[in-house]
Design a protein around this ligand. Structure first.
Ligand code: ATP
Length: 629
C-alpha cells in the first residue's frame, strides 16, 4: 500500500502562498474580476439596487425620528424638501421606504447571485479544463487529491466573497459613511461621545481578529490533514481490511480528529470572549450615548425624535464596524484562495509545452500506418531527475508487427509505453511515427492512433455501454455491440439482467477482472487504433478467462502494431520479436527461438527461471490459449 502521511511541512507548504494583502496579491485578485466582465450590465444593476436599498436603510432612522417629532408637535414635523408633514403621512413615508428597501434588496440579492454563480461556473470550468490538460509530470509531483480539494475549497471561498462579502462590504460602507455624516448633522456633541468609544472597539476587533484567524487557520489545516486520512484509507480500503488495520487507521484518525477539536475549541473560546466583549462595548457605548443624549433632551437642546435618530444611527454605525473585522478576514482569505486558483490557471498545459509546429489535422491522414521507432531515447522522470530510467534506448516496429517487451521489474517497460503515448517527452532522442517526429503531430491526433489495454483496468462509474463508448464518444449502439462481440464480451454482458445498461460500480468493481479486461478490449476495438499497447493484459486471469481474453486480444491485434508487456514469457512466444529490456536499454532483440538459442542471454536465463533449464523446447508454463500471441 503506497501511503504517505502529511507532514507538518506538507501542511505548511500547502498554505503557501500566504494570504498576505500586498500589491501583487491584490493584483491577482483583481485579475480574477475578469470573470465578472461578461456579466457587467447585471453586476452594475445589482450595485445600483444595492445602493438604493442601503439608502432606504439609512432613511429609516431618520424617518423614525421624524415620526416621533411629528407625534409631539401639533403641526407635524418638518422634512427637508417636503416641508411640514402630519404624523400619518410620515408613517406612510416610513412604510414606503421599508417597502422600497425590501424590493431593492430582493433585486440586488438576485442580481449578485446570478452574476456570482455564473462567474463561478465559468471559473470552475476553467479550473477543470486546466487540470485535465496538465502534463503527467504535474500529477506525478503533486498530491492530486489534496490539490483538487483545495481548489474546490478555494472556489467556495471565492463564491462566499462574491455573493456575500462584496455586497456586504458595499452596504456596510454606505451605512458607516452615511450614518456618521447624518449623526454629525443631528448632534456634533453626541457624535463626539459616540466616536470616543470607537478606538476601544477597533483595538478589540484587531486583537481578537488576529487570534481568531490564527486558530481558524489551524482548524482548517488540521481538518485538511484529517480528511486526507479518510481519503487515503478509502482509496486503499481493500488493503486496510486485508491487513485488519481498521483499529490502526481509527487511531490515526482519532489523533488527527482530536487536534481539529482542540484547535476548533480554542477558536471558539476566543470567539466567545470576543462576543462578550463586543456586547459590553456596543451596548455600553449605546447606554453612554443615551445617557448623554437624555441629558441634552432634558436641557431642551435636542428633540426626542433627534435622540431616536441618533441612537438608531449609532447602532447602524456600530453594526457596520462590527462587521468590518469579519469582512476584512473574509477578504484576506479570498485573496489567498484567489492566488492559489490563479496559480493553477497559470500552470502550463501539455499544449503550452509543445515544441515545434504541430501539423494541422487537415494535413494528416485519418489513420497512421503504425510504423513506430524510438531512436536513442534517454529519459528521466521529472520527480526523480537523478536517475535515467531509459538510456539511449532504440527500438523500431514495422506496421502490424507484434513486439513483446520483457525484462526484470523496474527495467523501464511501462515507462517506454508512457513515452509512446507522449505522457512524457524524452530528454534526448526521438520518437517517430510513420517516419515523422511525434512532436510534429497534434497530441489529440497522436493519441487517437493508440490504445492501451492496461493490467488493472479502471472503468468509469456509469454503464457498460458508456464505458465501451469511451473508446469513441458518439459511437452508435450497433458499433458498440459489435465491438463487444469481437471482444468476447457480448455474452457475459447480455447475461446481466440490465444488459448493456448494467452499472459497473465505482471504478468497475462490480465486474470481474476478466470482464473488466474484455470491456477495455471492446473499448480499444471501438477506437480502432493503429498502435496498441497491452500491459500485462492477461496476467491476473484464470485459464478460462485468459483463453477468452486471449481470443479477443488476437482479434484486436490484427493489423495493428502492438507492444506487449509481459512477465510470463509463455505469453509472448509467438510475438514477431521480443525486446529484452534491462536497466533502461534493449539488451536483446529477436524471436523466441533466436533468443532461446543464445547461450548466456538474459532471455534464456529468465526462461530458465520460469520454466526450468530446458526452456525453449518444453512448454511447462503454457496454459490453454496463452501462446496465441
Ligand atoms: P514492472 O515490470 O515492475 O512493471 P517496468 O519495467 O514496467 O517494471 P517502469 O514502471 O517503467 O518499470 O519503471 C522504471 C523505473 O522508473 C522504476 O525504477 C520506477 O521506480 C521508476 N518510475 C516509474 N514511474 C515513475 C514516476 N512516475 N516517477 C518517478 N519514477 C518512476
Amino acid at each position: 500500500m503506497s501511503r504517505r502521511n502529511p507532514s507538518q511541512e506538507d501542511i505548511a507548504l500547502d498554505r503557501l502562498p500566504k494570504a498576505a494583502l500586498n500589491r501583487e496579491s491584490l493584483r491577482e485578485t483583481l485579475a480574477l474580476a475578469a470573470y465578472l466582465r461578461p456579466y457587467r450590465p447585471r453586476f452594475l444593476a445589482g450595485m445600483s439596487t444595492l445602493f438604493v436599498s442601503a439608502a432606504c436603510g439609512l432613511a429609516f432612522p431618520f424617518l423614525a425620528g421624524t415620526l416621533i417629532d411629528a407625534a409631539m408637535r401639533p403641526g407635524g414635523a418638518t422634512l427637508p424638501w417636503l416641508g411640514a408633514m402630519p404624523l400619518n403621512q410620515v408613517a406612510l413615508l416610513l412604510v414606503a421606504a421599508v417597502a422600497l428597501q425590501s424590493l431593492a434588496s430582493f433585486n440586488s440579492a438576485l442580481a449578485f447571485n446570478r452574476v456570482g454563480q455564473s462567474a463561478l461556473a465559468d471559473l470552475r470550468r476553467d479550473c477543470y479544463q486546466r487540470l485535465i490538460a496538465l502534463p503527467m509530470a504535474f500529477f506525478g509531483q503533486r498530491r492530486v487529491g489534496e490539490l483538487t480539494s483545495r481548489v474546490s475549497t478555494d472556489v467556495a471561498q471565492i463564491e462566499g466573497a462574491l455573493i456575500d462579502a462584496l455586497p456586504q462590504l458595499c452596504r456596510q460602507s454606505v451605512f458607516l459613511l452615511g450614518g456618521v455624516t447624518l449623526i454629525t448633522l443631528t448632534s456634533g456633541q453626541l457624535t463626539a461621545v459616540m466616536l470616543g468609544t470607537l478606538p476601544v472597539l477597533i483595538a478589540a476587533a484587531v486583537f481578537f481578529g488576529r487570534r481568531l484567524r490564527r486558530f481558524s487557520r489551524e482548524t482548517q489545516d488540521q481538518l485538511a490533514a484529517t480528511n486526507t486520512i479518510v481519503e487515503e484509507t478509502l482509496q486503499a480500503i481493500a488493503s486496510v481490511k486485508a491487513f485488519a488495520n481498521e483499529a490502526f487507521e481509527l487511531g490515526r484518525y482519532e489523533t488527527s480528529n482530536r487536534r481539529v477539536l482542540a484547535a476548533a475549541l480554542s477558536a471558539a473560546r476566543w470567539r466567545a470572549v470576543f462576543v462578550a466583549f463586543f456586547i459590553i462595548a456596543l451596548f455600553g457605548g449605546i447606554a453612554i450615548v443615551m445617557w448623554f443624549g437624555a441629558g441634552l433632551l432634558q436641557q431642551g437642546k435636542i428633540s426626542p425624535g433627534e435622540l431616536t435618530r441618533f441612537v438608531l444611527y449609532s447602532t447602524f454605525v456600530a453594526g457596520a464596524m462590527g462587521q468590518a473585522a469579519e469582512l476584512f478576514s473574509q477578504i484576506q482569505k479570498t485573496v489567498g484562495a484567489t492566488q492559489r486558483v490563479r496559480e493553477l490557471l497559470r500552470e502550463p498545459t501539455e499544449g503550452d509545452l509543445a515544441v515545434g509546429r504541430p501539423a494541422v489535422p487537415g494535413e494528416l491522414p485519418p489513420r497512421a500506418r503504425g510504423a513506430v521507432a524510438l531512436v536513442e531515447i534517454t529519459f528521466r522522470y521529472p520527480a526523480r531527475p537523478e536517475t535515467a530510467v531509459l538510456r539511449s534506448l532504440s527500438l523500431a516496429a514495422q506496421p502490424g508487427e507484434r513486439i513483446a517487451l520483457v525484462g526484470p521489474s523496474g527495467a523501464g517497460k511501462s515507462t517506454l509505453t508512457a513515452l509512446l503515448l507522449r505522457f512524457y517527452d524524452p530528454e534526448s532522442g526521438r520518437l517517430l511515427l510513420d517516419g515523422r517526429d511525434a512532436r510534429d503531430y497534434p497530441l489529440p491526433w497522436l493519441r487517437a492512433q493508440m490504445a492501451i489495454v492496461p493490467q488493472d483496468v479502471l472503468l468509469f462509474g456509469g454503464t457498460i455501454l458508456e464505458n465501451i463508448a469511451y473508446g469513441r464518444p458518439g459511437a452508435d449502439e450497433a458499433a458498440i455491440r459489435e465491438a463487444a462481440r469481437q471482444a468476447n464480451a457480448d455474452d457475459f454482458i447480455r447475461a446481466f439482467p440490465e444488459g448493456y445498461g448494467t452499472i459497473v460500480g465505482d471504478r468497475g468493481i462490480q465486474l470481474s477482472g476478466g470482464q473488466r479486461q474484455r470491456v477495455a478490449i471492446a473499448r480499444a476495438i471501438l477506437k480502432n487504433p493503429a498502435v496498441l499497447i497491452l500491459d500485462e493484459a492477461t496476467s491476473s486471469l484464470d485459464s478460462e478467462s485468459e483463453a477468452q481474453v486471449q481470443l479477443a486480444l488476437d482479434r484486436l491485434m490484427l493489423g495493428r502494431t502492438t507492444f506487449i508487456i509481459a512477465h510470463r514469457l509463455a505469453t509472448v512466444r509467438n510475438a514477431d520479436r521480443i525486446a529484452v529490456i534491462e536497466a533502461g536499454q534493449v539488451v536483446e532483440l529477436g524471436t523466441h527461438d533466436e533468443l532461446s538459442a543464445r547461450p548466456d542471454g538474459l532471455y534464456r536465463r529468465l526462461s530458465a527461471l520460469q520454466f526450468g533449464p530446458a526452456a525453449g523446447s518444453s512448454e511447462p508454463g503454457d496454459r490453454p490459449g496463452a501462446s496465441a500471441i
